[in-house]
Design a protein around this ligand. Sequence first.
Ligand code: DX5
Ligand code: ZN
Length: 216
Amino acid sequence: MKIMVAPSILSADFANLADEIASVSSADWLHIDVMDGVFVPNISIGIPVVASIRKATSMFLDVHLMITRPERYVAEFCRAGADLVVFHVEAAQPQDIFEAISIVKAEGKRVGLSVKPKTPASALAPYLGMLDVVLVMTVEPGFGGQRFMDDMLPKIRELRGVLDKVNPNCCIEVDGGIDPNTSRLVKDAGATVLVAGSAVFKMEDRAAAIESIRKS
Ligand code: DX5
Ligand code: ZN
């Protein structure tokens, strides 16, 4: 599978968002972190901002919901312009996870499920056949700029092994502490979509930062 880089706008300057997004247009996806202050101890952005971003760019919008009971909001994020909606397996009851997956698919969008560091890969087992993306958190969700957890590498390998059997087209995305060094480790483990916040937005030359994560 092709290696893709998804800059996370959580590390961008929100007062200059259109310019910040334009500066990462050489990337493959744009990663948008939505936090509710309940599922994670931080609050970021919501539906109106996704709708505005949709008008400002033609990039593929990868919306990462860190919110409780995502089944309540997934349709609205699809209609705001998300191309992919990813939510957390820890955030809802199993029947509501199945429902949220169906809603996103009915909206014609791609769907993903994410696992926090302490959640085993096996928690995703009932859903793997229905997913376009599995997102493995390589930091505790909530904040940018944290240190990559290399003890997540076995989880990525395990998921790639299972997906190769049950859903080979499903890609593995990683999020947290990705830079040109850690990107090599996650690629070797089987990840193909690499989210990077601070490693892209703290650099002056964003295109070079994206390229070094992609090529490392
Ligand atoms: C954290 C977010 C990440 C964050 C990554 O909860 O899901 O997308 O922006 O930031 P870095 O790449 O700086 O670890
Ligand atoms: Zn994220």
